[in-house]
Write a protein that binds this ligand. Structure first.
Ligand code: HEM
Ligand SMILES: CC(C)=CCC/C(C)=C/CC/C(C)=C/COP(=O)(O)OP(=O)(O)O
Length: 301
């Protein structure tokens, strides 16, 4: 590679463009979309199924890039995000915008052509919801930002299901509800131990505006609601015993960890072990719960 000494921005390295898509978050998006696709009773040709998942991944990546395009200045103010490609100057802002818009249009059109236009419309709506409704409107303006904005991240299983079957029914709607109710404990647990970052950047996250005690109580409340939504597919007879067992065990563990957070009175990140554990477990939880759903479908049905 030629390294030129110039102030003109160089074409971005592919690794920086890849980082713009928030690949680690995308891994769970891809996984839950794949589970939605496999849980659907409809049969989809494997090549089309692969294309659908690729399009969903690209769409999620596009929204991540647009989010970082808009938030470059904010990201520069927070330790956790300051090294991202835009605040560190490795990618030009205009290039990030073009990359995000291009990827968004391409992924929606490809998904529509490869599967159906219901799935493509939901993908377009999810990208819009994360990049515009959450990032531009809700995040800087209300501490309920992630409760409403979290809906964007709840669409992937619905997308996978719609791509395979062309419709949406009770089970995918419950899968949406699970991720929707999972997002507040997932995020607020993390936001508690990095809250000084958010305060410095002027973002009204709940731990900053309402305090730690109120946030801990909200985490407990959402964890109980999450348990009800997660057990519902089995209680309603929409899944079998493998999923039912996984849902009961995982939500039992989730509630125990949330209760430890609730009881914790620490104000310093160094003493927020329960919060750190709940955040880490939240990710594992979703992987295992959705994995169990597919195992249930493939082994029992
Ligand atoms: C508005 C809703 C959400 C907010 C505000 C949020 C926020 C965050 C933040 C700030 C991190 C820290 C790590 C990082 O900077 O990459 C994180 C990690 C993560 N999130 Fe979320 N998240 C949300 C919803 C979701 C959803 C819906 C998913 C997938 C279904 C998800 C999957 C993940 C994963 C897999 C990680 C771990 C990444 C790593 O290893 O660092 N998140 N989330
Ligand atoms: C098209 C499609 C399926 C989209 C799914 C997008 C998705 C997974 C959204 C979840 C929201 C998310 C990762 C927020 C990160 O918060 P933030 O942006 O406030 O975090 P930051 O402080 O790390 O930038």
């Amino acid at each position: 590679m030629i390294v030129a000494e110039t102030s003109v921005p160089l074409p971005a390295d592919w690794r920086d463009l890849f980082a713009l898509t928030k690949p680690r978050v995308m891994s769970l998006v891809v996984f839950t979309a794949l589970c939605g696709l496999l849980a659907s009773p409809a049969h989809i040709d494997p090549v089309l199924g692969f294309t659908a998942i690729l399009c969903i991944a690209l769409g999620a990546g596009a929204s991540g890039a647009l989010n970082q395009w808009y938030e470059a200045d904010l990201d520069a103010k927070m330790k956790r995000t300051a090294k991202r490609p835009l605040p560190s100057g490795r990618v030009d802002r205009q290039a990030a915008l073009h990359f995000g818009v291009g990827l968004a249009v391409f992924s929606v059109l490809m998904l529509g052509l490869a599967t159906n236009w219901l799935a493509a419309a939901i993908l377009a709506f999810s990208i819009f919801f994360y990049a515009v409704v959450y990032t531009i409107w809700l995040k800087p303006n209300t501490p309920q930002n992630i409760v409403i904005g979290g809906a964007a991240g709840a669409f992937p299983p619905l997308l996978g299901w719609a791509a395979a079957s062309g419709d949406v029914s009770t089970l995918p709607a419950l899968l949406f509800a699970i991720i929707f109710l999972w997002t507040p404990p997932h995020f607020w647990a993390l936001a508690m131990f990095v809250r000084t970052d958010y305060a410095a950047a002027g973002i009204p996250m709940l731990p900053v505006t309402a305090g730690l005690r109120a946030t801990r109580a909200q985490i407990m409340g959402y964890s109980l609601a999450l348990a009800a939504a997660a057990v519902a597919p089995w209680a309603l007879g929409l899944t079998g015993a493998i999923y039912g067992l996984a849902a009961v065990v995982l939500n039992g563990a989730f509630i125990v960890l949330a209760a430890r957070v609730w009881r914790n009175r620490a104000t310093e990140p160094a003493h927020m072990r329960p919060e750190k554990r709940l955040f880490a477990f939240s990710i594992l939880y979703l992987f295992i719960l959705f994995g169990a759903l597919v195992a249930d479908r493939l082994l029992i049905a």
